[in-house]
Design a protein around this ligand. Structure first.
Ligand code: GLA
Length: 665
């Protein structure tokens, strides 16, 4: 069933209030709550002394109302007794300083005592709640992340390296430790990439350290999963991730053992406020869906103005509901708002919930209650409906890690580059899967590999086979530069993909800000268009590919800037420069036309059209993110699923409002 609910912290409110809260939730149409992911100190007030009575009582209140419960293991915020007795469970930062107790995520994920205590609380919870009828599933921890550089991590890292390289000769040779005389004679000599090293560490060490940290969270999570699977075999297990914007962990690996992925969607989170466009949550939805190529939940959907010390602006009427429907449009089968009532105390007093600080159910509550009523009608029709995409963008955490170590250009950001490309497609209402470069690609008409920096033989073979069999691949600068060890390849770029692209990079230029450079296209509709480029220019030397664009300025004026190559049954396009938004909009506008990929329903700028498919029945979500009503010309007649009327011709969608239509009649 479609899950709709809220994150609730009963431990933060008087027990007398619980009934009233649960009644309001029930009236809002909520059928699920997430509880307890920050309640370790309430559930285990002293080491080994467990108290679940309060949680039993509140879960019973939910159960009576038919509201199901997802429990979070509370390990993202260890209680004071644990840190006080064992101060070295506290994390050490990249600058070598140990963090102090008093916030959250302050612990080392590898510390044996922290791990033992995490297993203990997980076991106690799992045993206690295994058979409670209201409990349906688990969230492991909360938003894994943050690197620790403590002595324990250093030892674990050395062991991790030993498992990976087996011999020091192998590690020394692969990492190139002869550089700056770092040839290691013993595993215990291998340092951590601390910022206090002064000049940068060996990039191979730095990339492996990021992999090691990611694996540490995978193994930490695995300990909880094994407990939960054995004690609660009928419950699902998920984890709440941080969307595309977070690149600290390899989310593909974190997602692997989960039943489905969840993520926390704050379009107006304080870190997004300046850059917000509706394409950014859309990209995160695609990336989170792509972790398992499966529908997902939003475990924390923004419920009001956000902020810790300072606040974001207040989401305008309709906006919270619109964002939540956008999540559904991109494959969410569960929406859980963060949080129920705005906290009066603690670090998140200004991160607003659906209810005000004083418990009033105001405008935000009523907006979401309306959505609850709507979902009672359409939720089951939508639940499980798939997203079908003809276009894929490949994202690689290895490449992200490598760019974190060496940014290549101060003007370049992998995340921004991928966002620009995604946004160009989003603006044309083209459904995109954001997937691992390891997935089977044959179902896609178009595959874009933005800056696929770390390229292995296996990945290159996957792309080569895709193109050979008839696919179209788009490659951008800084692709194929590094091998798995973060060492520059010993061949012309784009390295292992040079044959597929029919081109090599003769020279490149990380152009300084403000230096004008542009390219002129020579192909089809783009012919004669001059488009500004920025940050990076690859000067190309075709090896069989046709030139489709050349540079305009500087010593490489008239040199090839983009190429097109037929390879097997398919083709590969090499875009040699990084562009502005307008560049990607033009280029992908042209390519989509070539490939005959288009949205069924056209919409004006600022209106998103997304599709989900229930067998062969399409459900269209038409989402108006603009401040004024917008007209859409429908190519046929459709049932409006929210009010069951039939609509056709030109229809209006209100500002910050939406339509959900069924298949064309
Ligand atoms: C995250 C966390 C929540 C809460 C919100 C708001 O997504 O998972 O616990 O802190 O942010 O800050």
């Amino acid at each position: 069933m479609f899950r709709f609910g809220v994150d609730y912290y009963p431990e933060q409110w008087p027990e007398e209030r619980w009934e009233a809260d649960v009644q309001l939730m029930s009236e809002a149409g909520f059928n699920v709550v997430r509880l307890a992911e920050f309640a370790w100190a309430k559930m285990e007030p002293e080491q080994g002394v467990f108290d679940f009575d309060w949680l039993d009582r509140v879960i019973d209140v939910f159960h009576k109302r038919g509201i199901s419960v997802v429990l979070g293991t509370p390990t993202a915020s260890p209680p004071p007794w644990l840190a006080h007795k064992n101060p070295d469970i506290l994390r050490v930062r990249e600058d070598g300083l140990r963090v102090a107790y008093g916030s959250r995520r302050t612990n080392c994920p590898n510390h044996p005592i922290y791990r033992e205590c995490s297993r203990n609380i997980t076991t106690a919870m799992a045993e206690h709640f295994a058979n409670h009828q209201a409990v349906i599933g688990w969230q492991t921890d909360n938003e894994f992340g943050d690197r620790c550089y403590c002595d324990i991590c250093q030892k674990e890292f050395q062991t991790w390296l030993q498992n990976r390289y087996v011999t020091l000769d192998e590690l020394n040779s692969i990492w190139g430790t002869v550089f700056w005389s770092h040839i290691y004679n013993e595993w215990c000599q291998i340092p951590l990439p601390l910022s206090t090293l002064g000049a940068p560490p060996n990039p191979s060490l730095s990339l492996d350290f990021r992999r090691f940290v990611s694996d540490a969270y995978v193994s930490f999570q695995q300990e909880q999963i094994e407990i939960l699977r054995s004690k609660c075999p009928t419950h699902f297990i998920t984890h709440d991730m941080m969307g595309f914007g977070y690149g600290g962990l390899d989310y593909f690996n974190i997602a692997k053992p989960l039943d489905f992925v969840s993520w926390n969607n704050y379009p107006f989170g304080f870190w997004h406020q300046l850059e917000y466009t509706p394409a950014s949550p859309a990209l995160s939805h695609a990336a989170m869906r792509g972790l398992k190529s499966k529908n997902f939940w939003v475990m924390e959907q923004q419920a009001g103005p956000s902020g810790w010390q300072t606040l974001s602006s207040t989401p305008r009427p309709g906006v919270l509901r619109l964002w939540a429907y956008q999540s559904i449009a991109h494959g969410a089968d569960g929406i859980v708002f963060f949080r129920w009532r705005t906290a009066r105390f603690g670090a998140e007093q200004y991160w607003h919930g659906l209810l005000e600080h004083d418990g009033r159910a105001g405008r935000r509550y009523h907006e979401i209650k309306q959505m609850g009523e709507e979902l009672k009608r359409v939720g089951d029709q939508i639940f499980g409906a798939e997203i079908k995409s003809k276009v894929a963008i490949l994202q690689s955490y290895d490449s992200r890690f490598a760019f974190q170590v060496q940014g290549n250009s101060a003007e370049f950001s992998y995340e921004k580059h991928l966002t620009q490309i995604y946004t160009a497609l989003w603006k044309r209402n083209i459904s995109v899967d954001v997937v691992s470069p390891t997935v089977e690609l044959s179902k896609y008409d178009l595959v874009i590999a933005p800056a696929l920096h770390v390229l292995t033989d296996d990945l290159a073979a996957n792309l080569r086979n895709y193109v050979r069999a008839g696919g179209t691949l788009v490659v951008t600068p800084r692709t194929g530069v590094k091998d798995i060890a973060n060492v520059v390849v010993n061949q012309p770029l784009p390295g292992l993909l040079a044959d597929v692209c029919g081109v090599i990079v003769e020279e490149y230029d990380a152009i300084a800000t403000g230096l004008p450079q542009a390219i002129i296209f020579d192909v089809d509709d783009l012919a004669g268009q001059t488009l500004p480029v920025q940050a990076w220019c690859d000067i190309l030397a075709p090896q069989g590919a046709d030139v489709i664009a050349h540079y305009v300025n500087d010593y490489y004026a008239s040199k090839p800037a983009a190429t097109w190559n037929q390879f097997g049954q398919g083709d590969a396009i090499y875009l040699g420069a990084l562009g502005t938004d307008a560049f990607y909009e033009s280029v992908f506008g042209w390519l989509l036309k070539q490939k005959n990929i288009q949205s069924d329903i056209e919409a004006p700028a600022g209106v998103e059209v997304s599709e989900r498919w229930q067998a062969n029945q399409c459900i269209y979500f038409i989402l108006n993110f603009t401040d004024s009503p917008q007209s859409i010309n429908l190519p046929g007649a459709y049932r409006n699923l929210l009010d069951t009327t039939i609509v056709s011709g030109t229809i209006q969608v209100g500002s910050n409002n939406l339509l959900i239509l069924g298949s064309r009649l």
